[in-house]
Write a protein of this length. Structure first.
Length: 178
């Protein structure tokens, strides 16, 4: 028993434990002082698993034909409702079967419309003038072997995306599969 007490005194375990606890508490206080509550929430959100709350409503079936490129932003808001997220010249909608991203130009006119399907059973008819396009959800890459379309792969820590884009008629066409 006395050898154990002598061993703890020689290793200074109490001093090590007190320094470790003090270092942890001190770094937590410094982190809070440097970043504040908002910074800590941001840091926690970067390491936490993302949560996506979907709307109970479905994407309009005629989203590609009912909302035309160049439409005013206020009219689009009347058709789709208030967006779930808003950034500079960008609106995001979360539906139960897809995610919709809209970008606007400086005049607040619709510039691009992107739909990412989140449900395996959902399909959307996609209007393509220059080739016979199967509906989104059943579309495969070999269906898009068309000269005027370009293929791009994008990846981040939270998603990967295959983007096929090209010109159809007067606007830009983009197909995105997440």
């Amino acid at each position: 028993m006395s050898t154990l007490i002598e061993l703890t005194k020689s290793l200074h375990l109490t001093d090590i434990a007190i320094n470790a606890i003090g270092g942890f508490l001190g770094s937590a206080v410094l982190l809070w002082l440097a970043m504040g509550w908002q910074g800590i929430r941001t840091l926690r959100s970067r390491f936490a698993r993302p949560t996506v709350l979907l709307q109970a409503r479905k994407t309009p079936e005629n989203i590609f034909t009912g909302i035309e490129l160049g439409a005013p932003a206020e009219w689009v808001k009347e058709q789709l409702g208030f967006p779930n997220r808003i950034a500079e010249n960008w609106w995001g909608y979360r539906f139960s079967d897809s995610l919709v991203a809209l970008t606007f130009d400086a005049n607040h006119s619709l510039l691009t419309l992107a739909v990412a399907l989140t449900d395996e059973t959902t399909t959307f008819d996609f209007p393509a003038m220059h080739f016979d396009c199967p509906p989104l959800g059943k579309l495969v890459l070999s269906d898009l072997d068309v000269d005027h379309l370009s293929l791009e792969f994008r990846e981040s820590t939270r998603h990967s995306e295959l983007l096929i884009s090209g010109r159809e008629g007067l606007g830009t066409t983009s197909l995105s599969e997440c």
